[in-house]
Ligand binder design. Structure first.
Ligand code: AMP
Ligand code: GLY
Length: 417
């Protein structure tokens, strides 16, 4: 099978790594990719937001499957263009991707499908904003309606700050605060059949102890030893299957990866958000544990034959990933700094620990930072404590001027807290 992956972050590196280990994959391409992905896939330049260009590239390469990684191309209709060219694609249509592209649309789907989520108001005027803020009280949760790379959400006790964020957006969703640990649960679907993956937890805040601003995600781990073993079944029944069914009934079937961001509250599971693609950095730990070769699963989803997919097999190992971000992330990340220590990790810590590249590019013989999140250092071990130890040992070998990472990824879970 020839596979083309669209995107260039650590999620796409994780996808390409798994696909490169799949015996059914005999050619692997990534566009545009990054310096790390270049080691497992052939890179091609492309404007990932240009559906016609992506479809042309896939045709040229004779791709049997296109996997779209990030949300922006999905919302821009890249899957539709590839599908129209007659090539199977893993990733929803632009219309179905509105589940991520518009928080108001997601709320509407959830209401229709009776999926538990925070009560909310969609606001477009200062008066509506004030009414909504007062209806829920502190802590205030204000979300930009459109795509914002995980940074459009403000959760604050400060009413003035909440109001200011709301007034800076064209349209906002203001909602009830959900208290409780967060879980990311991914499901692969062809629009009818839904297959859940293993749950993971992401660390959204920039600093240790969940302090600092929201980011795209600073680390993740899987499995979740503290979670109810029935959690996946419960979310399948109350969230994933009803959402997939609702979108199909609307005539906009969702095929690809449905990401449920959940809060485990005292009153039960609630959806915080949906995404229409693999999560980053959760994918790094989920795929580290998946034993079933990936390409066939994604192709079954793309072809509408997921009902023929044998049950997925999982490793009993635990996985931890730690994101190394550039100086000043998430505000105004500095790029172009040389990264050292990559070869040492490969030589000393592999194969259980490895570096997935997020924002990197090659400059002559050097690899330099090229984004806010730069690397996603991933490790597996017999339990979370061991996976954590291996991941941080590898992190310590990496030298990137001004970089930052959290030191507490999976710490509580590893200690059984
Ligand atoms: P989102 O982009 O919707 O995932 O929001 C980013 C982060 O903001 C989430 O991962 C949560 O940590 C937080 N958040 C979003 N909605 C809520 C809510 N209703 N209550 C509490 N925290 C929230
Ligand atoms: N890790 C959060 C996300 O992928 O949206």
């Amino acid at each position: 099978m020839k596979v083309l992956v669209i995107g260039g972050g650590a999620r796409e590196h994780a996808l390409c790594r798994s696909l490169s280990l799949d015996p059914d994959v005999n050619a692997l391409y990534c566009a545009p990719g990054n310096a790390g992905i270049a080691e497992v896939a052939e890179l091609r330049p492309v404007d990932a937001l240009d559906g016609a260009a992506v479809a042309r590239l896939a045709t040229e390469l004779g791709a049997d499957l296109v996997v779209v990684g990030p949300e922006a191309p999905l919302v821009a209709g890249v899957s539709d263009a590839v599908r129209a060219a007659g090539i199977p694609v893993f990733g929803p249509s632009a219309q179905a991707a509105q589940l991520e592209g518009s928080k108001a649309f997601a709320k509407d789907v959830m209401a229709a499908a009776d999926v538990p989520t925070a009560r909310s108001y969609v606001c477009t005027t200062p008066e509506e904003v004030d009414t909504a803020l007062d209806a829920f009280g502190a802590p205030y949760v204000v979300k930009d309606d459109g795509l914002a790379a995980g940074k459009g959400v403000v959760v604050t006790e400060d009413r003035a700050a909440a109001r200011a964020h709301a007034l800076g957006c064209d349209r906002v969703v203001i909602e009830e605060y959900l208290d409780g640990p967060e879980v990311s649960l991914f499901a692969i679907t062809d629009g009818v059949t839904v297959i859940p993956l293993q749950p993971a937890q992401d660390f959204k805040r920039a600093l240790d102890g969940d302090e600092g601003p929201n980011t795209g995600g600073m680390g993740a781990y899987s499995p979740l030893p503290w979670a109810d073993p029935k959690l996946v079944d419960e979310v399948m029944e109350s969230v994933l299957q009803p959402t997939v069914d609702e979108l199909r009934h609307r005539g906009t079937p969702f095929s690809g990866l449905l990401y449920a961001g959940l809060a485990i509250t005292s009153r039960g599971v609630r959806v915080i958000e949906f995404n229409a693609r693999f999560g980053d950095p959760e994918t790094q730990v989920v795929l580290a544990r998946l034993r079933t070769p990936l390409a066939g699963v994604l192709l079954n989803a793309a072809n509408g034959t997921l009902d023929t997919q044998p049950p997925l097999r999982w490793s009993a190992d635990a996985a931890v990933t730690v994101v190394i971000a550039s100086h000043n992330y998430p505000e105004t990340p500095r790029t172009g700094d040389p990264i050292e220590g990559l070869a040492e990790v490969a030589a000393e810590d592999g194969p259980d620990a490895y570096v997935l590249h997020a924002g990197t590019r090659r400059e002559g013989a050097a690899v330099v930072s090229a984004g806010g999140r730069v690397l996603s250092v991933t490790a597996t071990g017999s339990d979370l404590a061991q996976a954590r130890e291996k991941a941080y040992k590898a992190v310590a070998r990496i030298r990137l001027d001004g970089s930052q990472h959290r030191t507490d990824i999976a710490a509580k879970a590893a200690e059984g807290r």
